[in-house]
Structures are given as structure tokens and as C-alpha cells.
Ligand binder design. Structure first.
Ligand SMILES: [Zn+2]
Length: 321
């Protein structure tokens, strides 16, 4: 494996690497004396492109450190990718690029799998093109799914136009606002009361604990053991109450954030056309993920269905934008 990378960084040609390895009789795994396999240009290409040898794993469209030790240096892997990108079109997985505002929302109509962001750069022009790609087709090949990569910009424009329409009369914003209110309604009103109760409990426990500690000094034998037990119980109660108070403060903070998010989201829905163009790509993505359940694209039939999240759970129906 390491040999293949070293040779490629030296010769910069997959065919040359295959030739040298075959000459040196460093044959692919599975070769036996009876049935000798030989390296092909494609076989070498597969090895060079696989992140596994550099100790990475693919999860969806993202490169993550794997649990296995790397067989080659990450720098060798990256260098090989750079050379490959110059000679052939290699998909660059853009797991964190915020420009893909429909990340984790697009589904392939043919197989139902997620369509993941991945860009290619044309070697002739150096221009980068963004696509959403069927993850099934990317993982298992063209014969497993015929869903072709979708140009990202056109799809994003289409979805934004749909949302522009769906939000135009303002009723969607009102419905969402009502829905979000019911989610947090009544929550947090008792925070003050709970906080006071816990503070009182904590004070009681600590007072008991210090009284028992004082008693302990004067006691010996069986009597001392009993008081020690009591002290243990008080200490546990104190720790539990303190933990409850910390949980309560965290819930209060989360609720505060949720309410602020709701306000932001509803304001953007009310004035979508104006707000959208000024939003950062990160916020555009956040907004769309809060609004859309999924986007199902069937290029063959020329259809694109934008399904919104169900904002009135009682009726149990999905809305189509
Ligand atoms: Zn597919």
C-alpha cells in the first residue's frame, strides 16, 4: 500500500505504478501461485483515492478519523489527492462547506437515499462545480442507482423560489409561530419556584451536615458509627440537590436559546425574500433545516418535491411548498 503511494508521488501516473508493482511481483491481495492477479490502472486508482489507508473513514459525506491505525501518512494521502485532482476529476467531499444550504435535506427519488454534497473541479478550466450526489450511487456504483448528480446552485435556487412562494402571504409564518409557542408554552414559569425550593433544601442539608460533623468529634464506638451513617445520607442528599440545581440552570439556558431561535426563525419567515439574501450561508442552512423535512428530486421525471416540516402535529399531514 505504502509502496503504491510512494511510487505514485514519484511517477504521478497510475498506470506506471501498476506496471512497476507488477514487475516487482508485488501483486494484489488474493493472488495465488495458481491464479495470479495483476494491478490495473483502475485498481491503483481505487487505492490512492481510498481515505482508509490514511486512517480515515467516510461517514456519509464527511471524512472522519477512523479507529484503525493509518498505513500511510496523511500528507502522502493529501499529496496523492492533489495530483489525482489535476489529472482526473475527483469528487471533493465537502462535508463542512456551508454553501451547501440543502445539506442533509435532499433525497434521491430513485433509491430514497440521502444526496450528499460533493464538488468537482474541471482540470481544463480550474472551475469548481457543486453537486448533490446520491450516496448509494457514490458508494456502490452506477448500476445500483441511476440517480445522477444534481447541480447544486440550480436546485438551491428552485427550493428558495418555492419557499418564497409558500411564505408570501404570511400565513405560514403565523402558523409556525403558533406551533413554536405551544412547544415552549408554560415551560420555565416554575423555574423560579423550583430554584427557591432547591436552594432551601441545599441550605438544610449543609446545616444538618455541619451539626453532625460537630457531634462526631464527641462520640466514639457504636454511637459514632450511627452519626457517620447519618452524615453520609446528608452528604448524598446535598450532592443530589446541587446536581438538580445545575440541571435546572441548564434547562433554563436551553429554553432561553430555543425562544431566541424561534423569534429569529419566525421573523425570517415573515420577511423571507428580504431576509434570505442577507443571511450567511450558515444561517441559510440552519433556516432551511428548521423549515424543510425533505427535498425529493427525480431528474428523470423532472420533478422536485419540497416537503415542509409538519407544523401542526395534530392534523398529522405534511405540507407541500
Ligand atoms: Zn439514488
Amino acid at each position: 500500500m505504502r509502496e503504491a503511494f510512494d511510487l505514485f508521488l514519484m511517477h504521478r501516473q497510475q498506470a506506471k505504478v501498476a506496471h512497476v508493482l507488477n514487475e516487482r511481483k508485488l501483486l494484489p491481495r488474493g493472488s495465488k501461485a495458481s491464479k495470479k492477479l495483476a494491478w490495473s490502472k483502475e485498481g491503483i486508482g481505487r487505492i490512492l483515492k481510498s481515505p482508509i489507508y490514511a486512517g480515515f473513514m467516510m461517514y456519509g459525506d464527511e471524512l472522519h478519523p477512523g479507529e484503525h491505525p493509518p498505513l500511510i501518512e496523511e500528507s502522502s494521502y493529501r499529496a496523492a489527492q492533489a495530483i489525482l485532482a489535476g489529472t482526473s476529476r475527483v469528487v471533493r467531499w465537502t462535508g463542512t462547506n456551508p454553501d451547501y444550504v440543502l445539506r442533509s435535506l435532499v433525497r434521491c427519488a430513485l433509491c430514497g437515499e440521502m444526496m450528499c454534497p460533493g464538488s468537482t473541479t474541471k482540470p481544463s478550466t480550474g472551475k469548481t462545480h457543486r453537486y448533490y450526489r446520491c450516496s448509494r450511487r457514490e458508494k456502490y456504483g452506477k448500476d445500483q442507482c441511476a440517480g445522477r448528480p444534481l447541480p447544486a446552485a440550480a436546485l438551491e435556487e428552485f427550493v428558495v423560489a418555492r419557499i418564497s412562494n409558500a411564505t408570501a402571504d404570511g400565513t405560514l409564518a403565523e402558523r409556525v409561530a403558533k406551533h413554536l409557542e405551544t412547544l415552549t408554552a408554560g415551560k420555565g414559569e416554575d423555574f423560579g419556584k423550583l430554584r427557591a425550593e432547591l436552594a432551601k433544601k441545599i441550605a438544610e442539608c449543609s446545616a444538618n451536615a455541619s451539626r453532625l460533623t460537630e457531634e462526631l468529634v464527641r462520640l466514639e464506638g457504636r454511637a459514632r458509627e450511627l452519626v457517620e451513617q447519618k452524615l453520609g445520607v446528608e452528604a448524598d442528599r446535598l450532592a443530589a440537590s446541587e446536581q438538580q440545581l445545575r440541571d435546572l440552570e441548564r434547562d433554563a439556558a436551553e429554553l432561553e436559546i430555543a425562544r431566541k431561535d424561534h423569534v429569529w426563525f419566525v421573523a425570517a419567515l415573515r420577511d423571507f425574500a428580504k431576509v434570505w439574501v442577507n443571511m450567511s450561508p450558515d444561517n441559510q442552512g440552519r433556516f432551511l433545516r428548521a423549515l424543510i423535512d425533505k427535498v425529493v428530486v427525480d431528474e428523470g421525471k423532472g420533478t422536485c418535491r419540497v416537503e415542509l416540516i409538519d407544523f401542526c402535529a395534530a392534523s398529522g399531514t405534511k405540507e407541500a411548498a
